[in-house]
Design a protein around this ligand. Structure first.
Ligand code: FAD
Length: 457
């Protein structure tokens, strides 16, 4: 019998597997739908390459141009390496719905224990397995952007992970070491693979939870043509904001009308997928024919509370100069549903970006500011213009929201345990109950570590 079964060896799953298997008395088994490697192929280590194009064999694809990593390390193995902690205000909102365990004071030590910052090693609160560094030689685009921000009066923040870093521009803290992407597989899972109490099995898609009443006994899985069942004392979903929610719904834990429409027997009505959030991004682009230089996608950012300005390096937008204007605290939220109980049919995500007047107004302000910074003119920034230039940041979260049992929007409690279901935990980005004012990778890793700490207590 496996003590703990983890579904998904992505950003959160890698951290959880490491922390739980550090106790030799506990057996830990991980199922990952994508391939696993002992050594990651070199093209996945190049932080200047995001393997998400049409030819990629290591991503899940969904409507709305959404992709997720499908391999050991999950989305953290293919992402832009940006690794920034959200500001204290986000945790004030989070702890208001989920309790003091998620206050800034509670999570700050967890963040601090995760990072080994190569640039601020002597500053308090930087000592852990995730190597953090910043670009030293900036591309011309990034350097110009920084000059434009300074000239416009914005404050430069050398360490965007400092607890007080809130408004201003600075070099992006990156999970990169010696020029190589340092995703969660590298920092957490691969170093633990030789432990006798840890088993990681790739190419294995968990299709459904096995339940007796409201108790989870384990999972059903598919590996090629093989089908099987694995039993565990506790099952932890780390399948990400889309697939963790999809798995719950396929197993009868979800909105009642949806379960009825899908013909899935109802185990427990729950608002799974009813709320999800992302960072909608407007691309402001101008032609530019300067030759590109090798670089990571993002070297600098400007943080403005509800907006983040992202001057992408030219390698990622050849022939154009692009600033992403991202709405970091949207009012509008989306919804995730299934159109079929068949696990091979992708979930449907209705992003519902910019439904709110306030969201559109914020983005208009951000686009106008970008034009000012660059000294360019942009035509009328009306609703059709916003829609035509709108895209996703790939930061979907919140489909299995955390909150108290009395909260009708909540799916899991403060420990990630699913309300009303025994021996089932969700520990990934799907449980975050508020929009985050920064990209989510650092938070995902923190969430997994924080939940693991509670599980081993
Ligand atoms: C292209 C891209 C770029 C990004 N860039 C950044 C960035 O630079 N900075 C930042 O902060 N954020 C970034 N993000 C977002 C960030 O990477 C993710 O939000 C974060 O990694 C999510 O972690 P997770 O553990 O919740 O899910 P994931 O890391 O996606 O892990 C889920 C894992 O579960 C597996 N899985 C799913 N379903 C099943 C199943 N049924 N059975 C078995 N296994 C399953 C998946 O294959 C995957 O390995 C980016 C995302 C993408 C897609």
């Amino acid at each position: 019998m496996t003590n703990t079964l983890i579904v998904g060896a992505g950003s959160a799953g890698c951290v959880l597997a490491n922390r739980l298997s550090a106790d030799p008395a506990r057996s830990v088994r991980v199922f990952e739908a994508g391939p696993t490697y002992r050594t990651l192929p070199s093209e996945l280590l190049d932080p200047g390459h995001l393997p998400v194009g049409p030819e990629s064999r290591v991503v899940w694809r969904y409507r709305g141009n959404l992709v997720r990593g499908k391999l050991i390390g999950g989305s953290g193995a293919i992402n832009g390496s940006y690794f920034i902690r959200p500001p204290a205000a986000d945790f004030a909102a989070w702890s208001a719905v989920a309790g003091p365990r998620w206050s800034f004071e509670s999570v700050l030590p967890v963040f601090c224990d995760l990072e080994a910052d190569e640039d601020f090693a002597t500053a308090p609160g930087h000592g852990g397995p995730v190597p953090i560094s910043r670009t030293r030689e900036f591309t011309e685009f990034s350097a110009e952007f920084a000059q434009q921000c300074a000239a416009a009066g914005f404050t430069e923040i050398p360490d965007l992970n400092a607890p007080t870093a809130e408004f201003g521009f600075g070099p992006v803290p990156l999970a990169i070491s010696r020029g190589r992407r340092a995703g969660p597989a590298i920092t957490h899972l691969l170093p633990a693979l030789d432990r006798p109490n840890l088993t990681v099995t790739g190419e294995t898609m968990v299709t459904r939870l096995l339940l007796r009443g409201t108790r989870v006994l384990g999972v059903e899985w598919a590996r090629g043509r093989e089908r099987g069942r694995t039993y565990a004392d506790r099952t932890v979903l780390c399948a990400g904001a889309i697939e963790s929610a999809a798995l719950l719904i396929r197993s009868g834990i979800g909105p009642e009308p949806l379960l009825r429409a899908l013909g899935v027997p109802i185990v427990r009505p729950a608002p799974v997928g009813a709320w999800c959030t992302d960072h909608p991004e407007i691309g402001v682009e101008f032609p530019d024919d300067k030759p590109d230089e090798p670089a990571v996608p993002l070297e600098y950012v400007l943080e403005m509370g509800e907006l983040e300005l992202r001057p992408y390096t030219q390698k990622f937008t050849p022939g154009r100069r692009r600033i992403g204007v991202a709405l970091m605290h949207p009012e509008s939220s989306g919804e995730l549903t299934l159109v079929s109980a068949d696990p091979t049919v992708p979930a449907h995500i209705d992003q519902r970006y910019l439904r709110s007047h306030r969201d559109r107004a914020r983005l208009r302000d951000g686009v106008a500011l970008t034009a000012d910074l660059l000294g360019r003119r942009i035509g009328p920034i009306d609703d059709p213009w916003l829609q035509a230039n709108l895209g996703t940041s790939q930061h979907l979260s919140g489909t299995c929201r955390m909150g108290r049992a009395s909260d009708p929007r909540a799916v899991v409690d403060e420990h990630g345990n699913v309300h009303g279901i025994d021996t089932l935990t969700v520990a990934d980005l799907s449980i975050v109950p508020v929009p985050l004012r920064r990209g989510p990778q650092a938070t995902t890793v923190m969430v997994a570590a924080h939940i693991a700490d509670y599980m081993v207590m």
